[in-house]
Write a protein that binds this ligand. Structure first.
Ligand code: ZN
Length: 373
């Protein structure tokens, strides 16, 4: 049974008690994850749980190794100083996999605080369909063998539309249609597996490890394709058919270039890296980047305005996105939205660089297994 399915069950009797306990455990882990070491008294205050419940749950977490006793803080006053406890970042590792690059699949062993401990990748060499699935399984297996710690789970950021069960509904570049990737990997590797769209995964990575707030975040991934992930009110937006954020195939230039999806002038035909590089080779770089930034800003202004987003993060090749393109996007959105929307809007590039999908994949596991993000 998938963890998602387990959460959706209507709890009864004993299960209710165990669900409550899991929820309380997640509250404490979230507090330690977000705010660092704390005493049991601090945790009781912050969580609203009783001291007895906190001590009981922390005892259990110390027993599993996820939480460790850290002793007394150096600055404590006279009297018996409180003992601090903290998340043990190396107690268990996570395997994160990024399937978004065109030519290879890449992965990492990541600790509980999002630090990459080891990296590994395999060339795709034209593999598609079932062969590509097999390669993902092989990469995951080889990454598991690279750590001597227990593995909490496997997170995968995949191109295409991915549903809540981790089935890739449609990923044309991999020739995947209704591929139950999470179920396949779970059966082969006997570990919890979480699969999500790569742009959604990037948004989770940026939200958890990229210093963002809770004011509404859009991460626009610019690579071979273009897609976005949205975090609103602290939660990932999925949409009616799990395709929220698929802005790459919104037409912005009806008479424009033919797109892979058969329409003309999709945002992707302006902004995707291969298209952008070709335009740059043909014209003045600053003028090209400014022009594309203005069109991007015009496409995003209604989204930013409708959702009153706080942050818009562009993720992709820094040499293309930072500079004239980012400035023109920022300027255009501000010019086309109310001051109350534009005044505090932050438009920037990602601080996590190429690792954003990998650490986001780790967040899929952290959220799914420990309830922290
Ligand atoms: Zn298109």
């Amino acid at each position: 049974m998938t963890p998602q399915a387990r959460r959706q069950l209507r709890p009864t009797g004993k299960l209710l008690q165990e669900d409550g306990r899991r929820h309380h455990r997640a509250l404490l882990l979230q507090q330690l994850f977000r705010h660092g070491p704390a005493s049991r008294a601090d945790l009781a205050r912050a969580s609203g749980l009783t001291r007895v419940t906190v001590s009981d749950l922390i005892g259990e977490l110390v027993g599993t190794g996820l939480v460790e006793e850290l002793g007394a803080p150096a600055t404590s006053r006279v009297g018996k100083p409180p003992t601090l406890v903290g998340l043990a970042p190396e107690s268990t590792h996570i395997v994160g996999i990024d399937l978004s690059p065109d030519d290879r699949i890449t992965g990492a062993v990541i600790n509980l605080v999002g630090q990459v401990k080891a990296r590994h990748s395999l060339e795709l060499a034209g593999r598609r369909g079932a062969d590509a699935v097999e390669l993902v399984s092989r990469l995951a297996g080889e990454l598991i063998a690279m750590t001597d710690r227990p593995v909490l789970g496997i997170g995968v950021g995949s191109p295409g539309v991915v549903d809540a069960q981790g089935t890739v509904v449609d990923a044309p570049n991999r020739e995947w249609t209704d591929v139950p990737l999470a179920t396949i990997l779970r059966a082969e590797l006997d570990l919890p597996v979480f699969v999500a769209n790569d742009a959604n995964t990037a948004a989770l990575g940026e939200h958890t490890f990229g210093d963002t707030g809770d004011g509404g975040l859009m991460v626009l991934r610019v690579g071979t394709g273009v897609g976005a992930g949205l975090i609103l009110e602290g939660a990932l937006l999925h949409g009616h058919r799990a395709a929220a954020g698929e802005i790459g195939h919104v037409v912005v230039d009806p008479g424009g270039q033919r797109c892979a999806c058969s329409r003309r002038g999709c945002l992707e035909t302006l902004l995707a890296v291969p298209h952008l590089r070709r335009r740059l080779a043909e014209g003045d770089p600053t003028a090209v980047l400014t022009g594309v930034g203005e069109q991007l800003g015009a496409a995003l202004a209604p989204v930013v305005g409708t959702l009153n987003l706080h942050e818009l993060v562009l993720s992709g090749p820094q040499e293309l996105l930072a500079g004239p393109l980012l400035e023109a996007t920022d300027r255009t959105i501000r010019a086309r939205t109310m001051p109350v929307i534009g005044d505090e809007l932050v438009v920037r590039t990602s601080t996590l660089g190429d690792d954003v999908v990998l650490v986001g994949a780790a967040v899929l596991v952290l959220a799914g297994q420990l309830g922290v993000s």
